[in-house]
Design a protein around this ligand. Structure first.
Ligand code: PEP
Ligand code: MG
Length: 755
């Protein structure tokens, strides 16, 4: 046997290349391949098993009985060969028969051979076959021999796929794993979707595996390494401030790997064995993945993922295939798979074809999630092993409501999925009929049902749902989806187009709630915060960055020329903050007036009540206020001191708890006394039972996510407002131990439609 893996592999690769180039039939080629490998490795047996119809079939052998070819078949996981394919691992045994997984196949005559070394033939992270060698005498195989076998197997995988080696009809059916898979994750944006898997960063197609000029390949890898390192250095520099947390860690790891001598040396060695630059990177990457599968330590596995990511990046640079799937365009209904995404990256996709998103990372408050929610694209996050379990083009069913992703689903799963979706459609159709029905309670109280929005296209929700207007327009969305600060003109264009589209219906613009969890690198990058939700955000930031707020004020005032402008400020904590913000708007108004610009007919100023402290100073604030909007998302997190994005706390405190309801009741009483209209614009108002309780507290304006409008209208139209008011008054004095259960039975007894 040759002395190094490189020379051994190179000799075989050169031979392989010429065998594959010949115009012979598939079987003849495979027969030559096993002879070639056997000879070079001086092994008595060399066999190739390929996956066909879910089984590993002996396709070619040198040394075993020829009668066994296309006869011997092993299931995945059966025998040594099946185990190698199933685990995508290597077996190196001096005495094959004594291995617990050994399965004796008499037709092969393999009892004559003692030692066994087998490696999986892997393509796109799936085993499509097994390559093995056997010797008569019991001997262990040296690492370099295994290395050589793996290199050959890799080239074989590409050649098998590229040359369509297996005759049509008999097909290499199992280039893809036919087994269905079920992956679970965190529910980030609810909904159901069907589509084919599309990777945000598509896999590079390796055109050539065997090098014609090794030195030229080496030069290509060197230059790709240089470019990759430069790229990472720039990313690190750009993100120099505020790189704490996940991004900082990932960048640090990237940097460590990018400069890791061991990694570049291994790629170099793979090139020495005769591979092209792309194939060499892939070869080393396969080794990393194999280790990844064996690692139990989640932290180390995470680092391995980073290395895998970086190898993909290097591969893209070397091959020149650098675009994302968005650039290629989506051809069919698709579900996008990514480690993570930026909001702008998501917006690059064709919204008609993008049906869902699956992320390996992701969290509820990530910008991309806010945008996906606004786009109506369901998202499942923190899904492990996507790159192992899914290949490009796999059919997928995404059911975020259940937190699952079905990969290559069985027919029965598809049927159940369709039935569930159908039910959803039916319910939605029934609810669509609600569109033109006013939300009036059975005793004649008209409740205003408005929607929360943030992107221009959200305004269509007004038509679709028949809502009364936009009760919360989150202006920071435009900032979140932009790489740089949106110019005043583009802000103004957006606001005007929203007002135009809303027509007669009112729109309440909220000034930017940037900072904290909605950090913008170009604005808030310079500070690191321990408690970002309670940090320098929203109105606090706007009042410090007056240029930003002035620009927004001018954009809003000019956009609303000739109409009513309704504006509210987020996270007002003390009355003076509201006064200062209002004064800033008024100054802009006067400035424009003095220069003869057309102005709004009237400006109505509101505050959001999200910080509990503000409730203690309502007597000071209310006389200056045109309306108050309660943001229950932030309010509850501050009232309970429970991070609204913390998965462990999500279910811990109930919106129907006496603490929240009593708090809200006091606010409503204060507003009523001051004759200031008050509404709720947090997620709480979008749930029928919670909305019922809010109406019971005297709330008459709700601003909610568009999907909740119809169910809420149904609830309101079946509710007796005065009855729930009486009930709530009693319950607030003497709360039950389970307010939710009490209210639920109250509603059921009175046939209130809770959906
Ligand atoms: C809230 O906090 O309830 C709210 C409506 O604002 P946001 O969710 O944008 O913080
Ligand atoms: Mg808020």
């Amino acid at each position: 046997m040759p002395s190094t893996a490189a020379t051994s592999a190179r000799e075989i690769l050169t031979g392989l290349h010429s065998v594959m180039a010949k115009r012979t039939n598939a079987q003849a080629k495979l027969d030559k391949v096993v002879n070639l490998i056997g000879e070079s490795m001086e092994s008595e047996v060399c066999s190739i098993y390929l996956l066909r119809e879910g089984c590993l079939e002996l396709f070619a052998t040198r040394g075993l009985k020829q009668e066994a070819v296309h006869v011997t078949r092993l299931a995945l996981g059966e025998g040594l060969v099946g185990t190698i394919a199933k685990k995508i691992g290597v077996l190196n045994l001096a005495e094959a028969a004594s291995h617990p997984d050994f399965a004796y196949k008499p037709e092969t005559g393999e009892e004559l051979f003692h030692s066994f070394a087998g490696v999986p033939i892997v393509r796109r992270e799936r085993a499509i076959g097994v390559l093995c060698v056997q010797h008569a005498d019991p001997r262990g195989y040296a690492d370099i021999e295994i290395e050589a076998l793996q290199t050959v197997a890799m080239v074989l995988a590409e050649l098998l796929a590229g040359a369509k080696l297996v005759d049509a009809g008999k097909g290499l059916a199992a280039q893809r794993d036919p087994m269905p898979a079920r992956l679970t994750g965190q529910k980030l944006v609810a909904g159901m979707a069907r589509g084919v898997a599309v990777f945000h960063q598509p896999r590079v197609t390796i055109e050539h595996t065997v090098a014609e000029d090794t030195e030229a390949e080496r030069a290509r890898v060197y230059s790709a390494f240089r470019r990759m390192r430069e790229g990472i250095d720039t990313m690190t520099r750009d993100a120099e401030f505020g790189t704490a947390g996940e991004l900082g860690e990932v960048l640090a790891t990237y940097k460590m790997f990018a400069y890791d001598e061991g990694w570049s040396r291994r790629i170099n060695e793979a090139i020495d064995s005769g591979l092209t630059a792309e194939a060499a990177i892939e070869r080393v990457q396969q080794r990393t993945r194999m280790r990844m599968r064996e690692i139990d330590d989640p932290l180390l596995a995470e680092r391995m993922h980073d290395l895998d990511d970086l190898a993909n990046r290097l591969q893209r640079i070397v091959s020149g295939q650098v675009g994302t799937a968005a650039q290629g365009g989506l051809k069919r209904d698709s579900i996008l798979i990514a480690r993570n995404l930026g909001p702008a990256e998501l917006l690059e996709y064709d919204r008609r074809r993008l049906k869902g998103v699956v992320l390996e990372e992701g969290s509820l408050t990530a910008h991309v999630i806010i945008v996906a929610r606004a786009m109506g694209v369901p998202v499942l996050g923190r899904v492990k092993d996507v790159r192992v379990a899914i290949v490009e083009g796999d059919p997928l069913l995404l059911d975020v409501d259940e937190g699952v992703l079905f990969v290559r689903p069985a027919a029965s799963v598809e049927t159940a999925f369709d039935a569930k979706r159908q039910l959803g459609h039916k319910r939605r159709a029934a609810l669509a009929r609600m569109r033109d029905l006013p939300p009036v309670t059975t005793d004649g109280k008209r409740i205003a049902v408005m929607v929360n929005a943030g992107l221009r296209d959200d305004v269509e929700a007004l038509n679709v749902t028949g809502a009364d207007g936009i009760g919360l327009f989150r202006t920071e969305f435009q900032f979140l989806v932009s790489a740089t600060l949106p110019r005043r003109e583009s802000q103004q264009r957006l606001y005007k187009s929203v007002l135009d589209a809303a027509g007669d219906k009112p729109v309440i613009f909220r000034t930017v709630d940037i900072g904290g969890d909605k950090a913008l690198p170009y604005l808030t990058g310079e500070i690191e915060e321990e408690n970002p939700a309670m940090g320098w955000r929203a109105l606090r930031l706007s009042l410090d960055r007056t240029a930003l707020m002035k620009a927004q004020a001018r954009a809003l005032i000019e956009a609303a020329a000739g109409r009513t402008l309704q504006v509210m400020f987020p996270m007002v904590s003390e009355p003076w903050e509201f006064d200062e913000a209002k004064a800033l708007f008024e100054a802009q108004h006067d400035w424009l007036r003095d220069r003869g610009h057309p102005l709004p007919k009237i400006i109505r100023y509101g505050a959001m009540l999200e910080v509990p402290a503000l409730a203690e100073t309502l007597d000071i604030l209310l006389p200056n206020l045109d309306f108050l909007s309660i943001g229950t998302n932030d309010l509850t997190q501050f009232l309970f001191a429970a991070d609204r994005a913390h998965p462990r706390l999500a279910e811990r405190y109930d919106w129907l708890s006496p603490a929240i309801l009593r708090f809200l009741a006091r606010v409503v009483i204060a507003c009523d006394a001051a004759n200031v209209p008050v509404g709720v614009c947090g997620e709480m108002g979008g749930r029928p039972l919670e909305a019922m309780a809010l109406i019971g507290l005297g709330i008459e304006r709700l601003s909610i996510t568009p999907a909740s409008v119809a169910p809420l209208k149904a609830m309101i139209r079946s509710l007796d407002a005065s009855a729930i008011r009486t009930e709530m008054t009693t319950l607030l004095v003497r709360p039950s131990s389970d307010m939710r259960a009490t209210l639920q039975s109250w509603a059921e007894a009175r046939h209130v439609a809770l959906g």
